[in-house]
Structures are given as C-alpha cells and as structure tokens.
Design a protein around this ligand. Structure first.
Ligand code: F0G
Length: 457
C-alpha cells in the first residue's frame, strides 16, 4: 500500500508567523490562559477548530463569482437547495448563517420549560440553545464512548435501552425531538453506526417522536460506516449518506464543516408545518427564505462543497490524516481517544496530567502548554466547557477531560502534522512541570469562549 497523499495541489498560500517560546508565554498570559483570546496571527498551527477554516477549491471560488445576490428567488438558492435535497431527501431546505442559527430557530419553536431533548451527545451550542429556551438537554451516550482509551468502532452510538427508559420515565409528550450528532464531536469525533441510527429511529417511531440529525460531519461519519460496518464496503459515501438521512425527519447543519464553506448552515425537514414555523422565525432573525443569513455566493460555495466532500479520494485522505497523527501519539505512549475520530485528535487530559485535579482544569492547562511549547492552538472539551456548579458552587465535572486538536480540511500538510506530533510528545515528556489554573471571570452560557484564568500558585 502506497502513502495516501493529499488529493489536491496547492494554488494559493498563506504565510505562517513564527514567534518564540518566550513571546508565547507572554501572549498566553495576556490572553488570560484562554486560547479563544489569542490572536490567530500569534498561532503557528491553528487546530482550534475545523469549523469555517477549510481551504476552498478552485471550483468553489468559481462558484463564488457566479453567486447571484438577488434578495428573492436567486438561482444560487435553488442550486443550494437541490444539493441539500439530493443528499438528505428532505423537501424543505432553509438556509441559515451557521449551525447555531438553525438550532436557535428549531429550539425556540420546540423548546421551553419542562421539555427534554435527547441526544448521543449535544454539542455545546446545541445544548446552550436548548437550555436558553428553558428546556433540558440529555446525553445518552453508549458505554464504550465514555472510555477514551478503549477502542471500539462506533463510540458515538446512542444508548438505545437508556433512550427507551428515559422516554418511558419522562413521557413522550415532553420530548419534542431526539437528535443524533454525527460524528459525535464532543465525544471524540466518534462515528454512529447505521444500525444504531435505525434502532433509534425505531424507538422514536414507536413513541411518535421525530428524529433529527446534527449533520455537521455527515460525510466523515458515512466514510466510517463504509470502513467499519458490515454491508457497506461496496457502497459509495453518497449512498451511505442518503441512507443515513432517510431515517431522519430533519437535520441541522453547519456548512462550516462537511461542506468546506467558511460560513453557512441550514435546517432541512420533512414536516411542512414545522418548516413554515421555522421560516416565519427565519425572516425575523436571519433573512428571506431563499438566502437565510447568507450571501448568494455562500450558497454556491456550500452547494459545490457538498458534492466535493463525498468524493472517496478526499474522505480516504481526510480520515487517514487524523489516524496518522493519532497513531504517532499512541506509539509515543501519549493518552489519546481511541480509535482516531473523524476531524480531530482528542488528548485525554485527565490521564495526561493526572497530578492536576479536575477543578484546576487539566485540559486547559494542556492547551496552554501546547501553545507555549510549539505555537499549536487546541481547545479544551471538558469541565471548562461542560462543567456545572452545585448549590455550594462546587464544580460538577464533565464526563471526560479532553483536549481537541481539530484539523482544518485541506489546509495543513503531512509535515505540519509531524510537527504537531513532536510538540505534543515534548509536552508529554515534561508533563510533571505543569500546574493548574483557576477561573477569575466567567459567563453563564458558553463560558469557555470568554473565561479568564490565572495559574494556581
Ligand atoms: N453541532 C456540532 C456537532 C458542531 O460541532 C457545531 C460547531 C455546531 C453544531 C454549531 O455550528 O459553529 O456553525 O454554529 N462546532 C464548531 C467546533 C464550533 O469547533 O466544533 P456553528
């Protein structure tokens, strides 16, 4: 087997600004130990997110020039709608400016006090939009998904018996939707099997609860199904994606991930009454139904991106590059989520820095260390992002303390990835020298974006 190469040539480049370790120590302090507050020009390899950071293709840039900016009925909208319908089979396609705008609309309509939304794992913005409506978000992840170091093929699966029990205990009338996140971003970018989606569909049908897909990384999930699930090896990613969506009543999508767009998203669904309510809210919050919160040129970039993301050569390279970095780390003894996820490498911060207690945020400490040692920016997905407080203001920690290194699509080459591995291994070798952080300022929702921290003395 020969090396799986990047299936593209580079036509346009952006310089990386180099800085020194001393400069980065100063910059991290200036950013209050919060990677979101570091300026991107001060980052060498930016793995903060795979969202909106993709390199677009020459075909997408050409589509951007073709974009029609008519307020109503633009041909760019119809190309966008057709591309979404061709994959999801869902008749109502509602453009939004990004995934969370779709969530805001959906949960404003379906949410409210006393309601529960059940998921394998809700992403932070999804959970925040649910909670902002007054409803509660419930994660029912399968047992395998809760153990970072234990490999299993579909660690993003929902716990189906727990789903049935929750519905029976709380009443189907209080559960407006079940949402499956593919791949499971907050749980390690791990895929959900087709069998699991079918099983969840069955339970939803039994209790008349609609099933939605949080489809941000549907193409990556489809590729894992092809590689790992019996009966799918000979199917194309497009066929698999179509089957996956066929079990759902609707989806929310951030086109900033598996559509290679720098901005954009959509809601798609089969229930025309719900779609009407969503469009009514869309007009107030996002824009007219044929552009949502987007320019015509963005709709073109998404339509073309949705085609390109299902190409086998791309998906093979994409999934292989994440696996390449994960395997290098495993070989060096670094504790990582196993097996490799679809869009990111997840370091197990609790195992990496066992001497730092969870209420001193080991994940955030590790994020800081990677920045100082190598200018690599990642993000904590642990108790800073998902932790809550009890009545005595004591931290209720998250299930996992992870650091996510998300790989932007088509942006970095193999030598960039080799460098990232070297930085992580260097930090691992001096892990005993790091100490904890404490919070000095935070907000009630999505606190990780704006939190200010200082080292524990
Ligand atoms: N759902 C999932 C699974 C996501 O990963 C994201 C975004 C969203 C919804 C919201 O989409 O950003 O377009 O509003 N995830 C980004 C990330 C931010 O870094 O993982 P959005």
């Amino acid at each position: 087997m020969k090396t799986i190469i990047e299936p593209f040539r580079i036509k346009s480049v952006e310089p990386i600004n180099f800085n020194t370790r001393e400069e980065r120590i100063y910059l991290l302090g200036k950013a209050d130990y919060n990677p979101f507050l570091i300026h991107s020009e001060d980052v060498l390899i930016d793995l903060l997110t795979d969202s909106g950071t993709s390199a677009m293709s020459s075909a997408q840039w050409a589509g951007i020039m073709r974009g029609d900016e008519s307020y109503a009925g633009s041909p760019s909208y119809f190309r966008f709608r057709d591309a979404v319908q061709a994959i999801t089979g869902m008749p109502d396609v509602i453009p939004t400016h990004q995934g969370r705008a779709s969530e805001k609309i959906l949960f404003s309509i379906l949410g409210g006090k006393g309601k529960y939304f059940i998921s394998n794992t809700l992403f932070d913005t999804t959970r925040a939009n649910i909670e902002f409506s007054g409803a509660e978000g419930i994660d029912l992840l399968c047992e395998e998904g809760k153990h970072p170091s234990v490999p299993a093929p579909f660690k993003g699966n929902m716990d189906v018996p727990a789903l049935r029990k929750f519905i029976t205990d709380h009443g189907a009338e209080n559960i407006p939707l079940v949402i499956i996140t593919v791949t499971n971003n907050s749980g390690g970018g791990q895929p959900v099997s087709m069998a699991n989606i079918k099983a969840v569909r069955k339970v939803c049908s039994e209790f008349c609860i609609p099933l939605f897909i949080d489809a941000c990384r549907f193409a990556e999930n489809s590729w894992f199904i092809k590689l790992r699930e019996e009966g799918y090896a000979h199917k194309t990613p497009r066929e698999i994606a179509k089957e996956l969506f066929s079990y759902a009543d609707g989806c929310t999508m951030s086109a900033k991930k598996d559509a290679f767009a720098n901005i954009g998203g959509f809601l798609a669904m089969r229930d025309e009454n719900l779609a009407l309510k969503c469009r009514n809210l869309l007009v107030i919050t996002e824009g007219f139904p044929t552009y949502g919160g987007l320019a015509g040129r963005d709709l073109e970039a998404i339509a073309i991106g949705l085609e390109e993301v299902l190409e086998e050569s791309y998906l093979q390279y994409r999934i292989r590059s994440i696996e390449y970095l994960t395997n290098k780390l495993i070989d060096a003894g670094v504790p990582v989520m196993q097996p490799a996820g679809g869009h990111a490498v997840y370091l197990d911060a609790r195992a990496f820095l066992p001497h730092i207690p969870v209420d001193q945020y080991p994940g955030q400490v590790l994020v800081g260390a990677l920045y100082v040692e190598g200018g690599v920016r990642g993000v904590e997905i642990g108790s800073l992002m998902f932790g809550k407080y009890d009545e005595d203001h004591k931290l209720i920690p998250a299930t996992l303390e992870l650091v996510r290194l998300a790989i932007p699509r088509r942006v970095y080459t193999q030598s960039h990835i080799d460098y990232v591995a070297e930085v992580i291994i260097e930090v691992f070798n001096k892990r005993d020298t790091y100490s904890g952080l404490r919070i000095i300022e935070e907000s009630a929702f999505l606190r990780h974006f704006t939190v200010k921290m200082v080292p524990v003395m």
